[in-house]
Design a protein around this ligand. Structure first.
Ligand code: HEM
Length: 124
């Protein structure tokens, strides 16, 4: 859980909680009947993927600038259906609520929904 007060003030969400979030979320994604096959096909190196996703969220939430990449182009290359977006966001909502305090969970949900909207607009 976050909400302990030893993490640095410049971090809105502790980096260790972002690691926990990303690890738990993609473990669920990989077991999911709808999303699992897309990721099994699209991700060749899970260790690298998880590191990149932690860097992404660290940049989005804590402004660290650790992520450099082009998620729009990457998702345009995947066959993503509207049901997949709903499932992705549903699992994200559940995982954020399980791992984070409510304000942090709400923040990460809001950012994920924004990103999902941007990807949806980009690929449609
Ligand atoms: C149904 C929804 C989604 C599916 C099926 C999906 C699928 C994928 C797949 C297969 C990859 C790996 C592709 C590659 O490395 O070449 C990937 C990468 C990534 N995804 Fe998603 N994604 C979805 C939604 C999202 C959302 C909502 C976000 C952000 C909030 C997100 C953020 C990212 C990022 C940051 C990467 C890494 C890009 C990089 O390596 O630079 N994705 N996604």
């Amino acid at each position: 859980m976050t909400g302990h007060d030893h993490h640095q003030r410049s971090e809105r969400i502790a980096e260790e909680d972002l690691v926990e979030m990303v690890g738990r979320f993609y473990a669920r994604v990989r077991r999911d009947a709808l999303l699992g096959p897309v990721f099994d096909h699209g991700v060749h190196d899970w260790n690298r993927h998880l590191h990149r996703l932690v860097a992404f969220w660290s940049s989005v939430i804590n402004g660290t600038g650790r992520y450099r990449g082009d998620p729009m182009a990457i998702h345009a290359a995947q066959a993503i259906t509207p049901q997949m977006f709903d499932r992705w966001l549903g699992l994200w909502r559940e995982t954020t609520m399980a791992v984070l305090d409510p304000p942090s969970a709400a923040l990460m949900q809001e950012r994920a929904e924004r990103m999902a909207d941007a990807i949806r607009r980009h690929i449609s």
